[in-house]
Design a protein around this ligand. Structure first.
Ligand code: HEM
Length: 397
């Protein structure tokens, strides 16, 4: 009987590390009946999945992503998705709307959020800072910030609840539908405003840029913009939030790390990437086998769902030296926290900047920042992983 036979999602949620180490060693491609899918845990096998979309398709059936968000670039294979990707990637890079935002507004936005709670001398930095920063940055770049970060956060939660609704709970389905409709209206208004001088109207916002983009094959349709912006809201807010939480927790816990970062602030970039490797806030990629295929000693039937475990690939001892250790000066090569293939994260550049600058501002502004009571930070989740809370204190100004 295989290792996966009795495994449940709860086993993977709390502390997946030891289990993933065992799977990599003994059964690197392992069927998990409770999830009705294969877990693929070694770096080379995950990279193989990412390199072979003809064998492992992103267009899964059924697809929670397509059901909740509408068809989008992550529910299609590379060729079909390429028009949307080529139109939507540039605004999120250094030369696009995100680049101007990071250079101009990001530090002020972080400062304003810190001003709201600094005088209290203590807070849960996940809820007071990481969540609002993450929602507000994406909303501003998209051009829907006039709805307020709390509304954008609510949209994100509404979509995510339905995306994780594996039991088809009717209440969650209804919440997903309401969120989907409400977002269609908000994004539709931003599309209608394009070129009119109203919020969301021009190249100053990503939605404006999507409207004016002319990719090969024709401009994006209204539905393509709406569905893919829903994808960005469901996938581009929790991750930078968890990223900020994980980076701050690491800097507070790793002996000597803060001193090293203060002595050479250029090391913050490495720090953020090493945290992404070590914790992989997005744990997996889901694909479907298009035909029978042998991988890592197992035979996967056509139609089976396959989960490439990025978090495990990022700790594969075949690729990394001392993989479970945080090492600021690691030279093992690039990690897989943003994916490795055709669906590599669209918001990677922007996400890295938000996490880096957002974390740096906290240490610059809050003197003697420390965890309350030196307590262990509870880090949870398999699909998405981050601190459940980050209770800190500092010298109130
Ligand atoms: C900073 C932390 C982030 C992490 C760790 C992360 C991670 C990932 C990963 C692993 C994927 C690949 C999913 C797959 O192949 O199944 C992905 C895709 C994607 N991410 Fe991110 N992400 C982050 C931030 C963002 C942000 C800020 C956005 C905002 C636009 C975003 C938008 C997307 C989109 C649209 C895709 C789908 C790309 C495609 O299908 O071609 N992500 N992300």
């Amino acid at each position: 009987m295989g290792i996966g036979y009795n495994l449940t999602l709860e086993d993977l949620e709390h502390d997946p590390g030891p289990l993933l180490t065992r799977l990599r060693s003994e059964e690197p491609v392992c069927f998990i009946p409770a999830l009705d899918m294969w877990l693929v845990t070694r770096w080379d096998d995950v990279a193989f999945i990412e390199d072979h979309s003809e064998l492992f398709s992103a267009a899964t059936e059924p697809s929670f992503l397509a059901r909740t968000l509408g068809p989008n670039m992550l529910t299609m294979d590379a060729q079909e998705a390429s028009r949307c990707r080529s139109a939507m990637l540039p605004p999120f890079q250094a030369g696009g709307v995100a680049g101007s935002f990071v250079a101009g507004q990001l530090a002020d936005m972080s400062n304003d959020l810190i001003d709201d709670f600094a005088s209290a001398g203590c807070a849960d930095l996940m809820t007071s800072y990481a969540a609002p920063l993450s929602a507000a940055t994406l909303a501003t770049v998209l051009g829907i910030d006039h709805h307020g970060w709390a509304q954008v956060w609510e949209w994100c939660e509404g979509l995510c609840s339905d995306l994780a609704n594996f039991t088809n709970d009717p209440e969650l389905r209804a919440l997903g539908q309401r969120t989907r409709d409400s977002l269609a209206e908000a994004i539709g208004l931003a599309i209608d405003a394009a070129g009119s001088g109203e919020p969301g109207s021009d190249f100053e916002t990503a939605i404006g840029a999507f409207c004016f983009s002319r990719p090969e094959g024709g401009p994006l349709t209204r539905d393509e913009i709406i569905n893919n912006v829903r994808l960005m809201i469901s996938g581009g807010i929790n991750e930078p939030r968890d990223g900020v939480g994980l980076v701050v927790a690491t800097v507070l816990r790793e002996p000597g790390l803060l001193d090293e970062l203060r002595a050479d602030p250029s090391l913050w970039r490495r720090c953020v990437d090493e945290v992404f490797r070590l914790h992989s806030p997005v744990g997996t990629i889901t694909r479907q086998a298009t035909q029978g295929v042998e991988l890592g000693g197992a035979f996967i039937k056509g139609g089976d769902l396959v989960s490439g475990v990025l978090r495990s690939a990022n700790r594969d001892e075949r690729r990394w030296t001392d993989p479970d250790q945080f090492n600021l000066h690691r030279h093992d090569g690039g990690h897989a926290a943003f994916g490795l293939g055709a669906h590599r994260c669209l918001g990677e550049w922007m996400g890295r900047q938000v996490v880096r600058i957002g974390s740096m501002r906290l240490f610059e502004r809050l003197q003697n920042l420390e965890l309350v009571g030196d307590e262990q930070v509870d880090i949870r989740g398999f699909e998405f992983r981050g601190p459940t809370s980050l209770r800190c204190r500092w010298d109130a100004p």
